[in-house]
Unconditional design. Sequence first.
Length: 722
Amino acid sequence: MTPSQAAGSEAGGPDDLEDRLSRFATIWSRAIFPVTATSLTRPEFEEHLLPLARQLSAALHSRPFDPSAAQRVGGALVDAHCTDPDALSRTLGVVDAYLVLYCGSGQESAEDSRARCARLQHALAAGYALALRERTLAEQEAIARSALAARSVAMEALHATETRFRAVFEDAAIGIGIADLDGNVLEVNDTLTRMFGGLEHHVRGRKVNEWAHPEDRPLTWNMYDELVRGEREHYRVEKPFYRNDGTVLWTNLTVSLLRDADGVPQYQLALMEDTTERRLLNLRLRYEATHDALTGLPNRTLFFERLEKALAAGEGSRFGLCYLDLDGFKAINDSLGHSAGDRLLVEVADRLQSCATAPGEMVARLGGDEFVALTTGRETQREASELAARILAALAAPITLEGREIMVRGSIGIVEGPAGERTSAEVLRSADITMYRAKSAGGNRFEFSDPEADARAITRHGLTTALPAALERGEFFIEYQPLVHLGDGRVHGAEALVRWSHPQHGVLGPDHFIPLAEHTGLIVPLGRWVLQEAVRQARSWHEQAGPGGSAPLRINVNLSPTQLHHPGLVADTVDVLERSGLPPGALCLEVTESALIGADEDLLKPLRQLAEMGVDIALDDFGTGYSNLANLRRLPVSVLKLDRSFTQGMQQHPADPVDRKIVEGIVSLAHSLELAVTVEGVETGVQAEQLRELGCDTAQGWYYARPGPPDCLHRLSLADAV
């Protein structure tokens, strides 16, 4: 396993973590063992460092983050006699290079881990410096106690300790400075001097409070005042400084209070890490993470930040959001290629950017050819409308691509309202629904959101997603509307009408879900289920009638356009009939006239096969499809079902002469072609009588019976029907 693999894996468990900690301790021991005054062997020294590595790893992932463990590690190094000038700098180098690599977690971002690691380095260096100082003080005290016995030896030890401390101070990889409690800078190391431009007199002799910066948080100087008063031992902040040349130095700053042997505050120790380059990199990464790489516009992430801020604004604030989708962009991509499509998006982005220049306005790209424009203020209804109009006007001028001029159109959905009433997801969903409503209305326009239209669209989406499970749970059922013979009023048969018993919306008619089933393709299994149930019920009616009973009832089942195109239509129908034992002549399949307009022989072939078997084919909604009447000769139909619009013309007696002539002509034509005529939507006796006089064969409608359960056909007698 490579180091990167070791650091990137979190799934290895405790054994894997212990292995990575052991490797880290190995690297650490190899770095500082040569400069450590110890009687231990290197493997023994490595075992001594392993608990310290565990402390650093635990501190790296602590919640809440507490770098104090690193300060204790710095003190432990001094206790282990790692007091050579190189020991601290080498330790800080190992922690900087390998702690996150071997002990990092995939659950934390690299940026967060590096920031924590830097703060651990500060704490370690502070603990090291403090322990070294305390050790020096301890040695001084020991010297004082044994001055009479071994003054010369003590002086040499003190000198050596001070020399080591000075070497560490001068050679540390981070900037170190010492100031008195009045803020006068007394000592600085070379690293800190270089951070401020390399001239020592620009640093030494100045007061700490001269380095205030406009971006300092007020808490920074409050903590400083508490520290010099002895109320705080240390504080850590990210602080900018002005260099002498006017440039800004960003640092991770740790300031600690140094007390004398009696515990009285004496000095302040500052440790600084230069984070300027890291900050600039973070700003660049932040820009790339919040802006679209193609157009340079703010992306979805930044847009949602701005939108949520606008929605969280105070009382009286409003917002307006324009959701734009280009009309026909896919055709441009398909015909000219994605490269041309990208150039078009860049040009569109430039035009949109020029439209949103007022305060509180912004434009962003959500992805693909979808853009949003946001405006805030107190008159956002007018501002959003004007912004949408500017966008459409900006898109009106053609764009030149591949030597040709391309006209760009767009559809815009606008959501406007007071802040605080809706979430960002709800606002964007409403805008998306409204945009598609504008696109359905012809495009190149904008529409304002309508709560009722949104609710209908959301309900429609909910029904669409619930359809498959509804069929599996048996939520569909069938009602039957009788077909009555106009000549004698007998029940001729019934039309099967599917219903959905929805858990939340109650009983839904086919108009609510059949188009959705068509769109999703679920109409095929649903249609087969309806056919099975209707044929099974028809077979039950036949058995109840018995051999000497009334004429067998016929069952009419609707076929959708998708079912007509399904290759298994004939096989499924034959299978259902054979399993039930229902004669083919007792089944009539209804096909809308619009589905057969311009139908070729491939589409008509399944219907012909079914008709040859004896299944009746009815042409439903006849008169609404503007078909050529001459085409009736080539269609394998045996029944014409007149649309209810013709029935409405028979409300009064005598009927409207034009409607009467039309119906009379259709009936005459149908009978001459040996086609039966059924009328639907019969609601009054006047209608029924006039349609009977015109020669219509059968009828259905509320005048006879509303759709109901199967047993309603047995309760419908001649007296009920006429």
